[in-house]
Design a protein around this ligand. Sequence first.
Ligand SMILES: [Zn+2]
Length: 63
Amino acid sequence: MNKIYNLNDKVIMKKPHACKTNEWLITRIGVDIKIKCLNCGREIMMDRLEFEKKLKKVLGDTK
Ligand SMILES: [Zn+2]
């Protein structure tokens, strides 16, 4: 499956955050990807390969 994602897209990961929410916002795309939990605001960073492995669904830009 080809997953296309962009900055400011909302995404669903395979595993929810510790706060039980599973909606994240992509806040940075570079060598690493930074995503922000939409419930608690915690940001986590991971490399692209890891991100794509953990990514379940791209909801897109919902602004
Ligand atoms: Zn959270």
